[in-house]
Design a protein. Structure first.
Length: 190
């Protein structure tokens, strides 16, 4: 199984079910997972839990749960998967936690345009003066990879494109559910 195929399988089979539950509780649509580099097995999947704590973005909540494991594996031996391109807080948390990589399915622009959640781009611009995608995707801490780029170069691209479309459709439905109920929650940046 290729990396692109495994990432899509984890999003569809492990993260999405958790995110459906999270959105039903008023949380945003963001999720994350941690996999082993050597065999691509799943270590942990999580989703956004901002209704409990506004800092529990999908990635940070996943990192919290990872460090609650009895014996968490060495982050250098792991892959970090995010459904959406991480915000600046989550990018920093990934670095602070010792991961040397992350991959993401949806871009910051997707978060703004398809999910009506523009905060990532606003923070990049207002705090750091950076345009969308203006951060260094490869730096001293980690390398960021867009899953769409992996899919574009995968020999099984046709099947992965179909799976990507299913994932997008599922997230469209979750986004609509979140947007229709977000006024009832106390998340600061809705």
């Amino acid at each position: 199984m290729t990396l692109a195929a495994r990432f899509l399988d984890v999003i569809e089979g492990d993260i999405l079910p958790l995110t459906r539950q999270g959105v039903a509780q008023g949380n945003k649509v963001f999720g994350a997972a941690i996999l082993r580099k050597d065999d691509l097995s799943l270590v942990l999947a999580e989703t956004n839990n901002e209704t409990e704590n506004p800092l529990w973005h999908g990635e940070v909540h996943c990192l919290k749960r990872f460090h609650e494991l009895p014996q968490p594996p060495d982050p250098r031996d792991l892959l970090f998967l995010s459904t959406h391109e991480p915000c600046t807080m989550c990018m920093s948390a990934i670095a602070w936690a010792g991961f040397d990589n992350f991959a993401y399915f949806f871009s910051h622009e997707d978060s703004r345009d398809a999910f009506a959640i523009p905060h990532d781009l606003r923070i990049l611009q207002e705090v750091f003066g950076l345009p969308p995608g203006g951060y260094r995707h490869s730096n001293a801490f980690w390398t960021a990879t867009a899953i769409r780029d992996l899919v574009a170069h995968d020999p099984g691209r046709a099947a992965l494109d179909e799976q990507s479309a299913r994932i997008r459709a599922a997230y469209d439905d979750l986004s609509a559910a979140y947007q229709s109920g977000k006024s009832a929650n106390a998340i600061p940046l809705r």
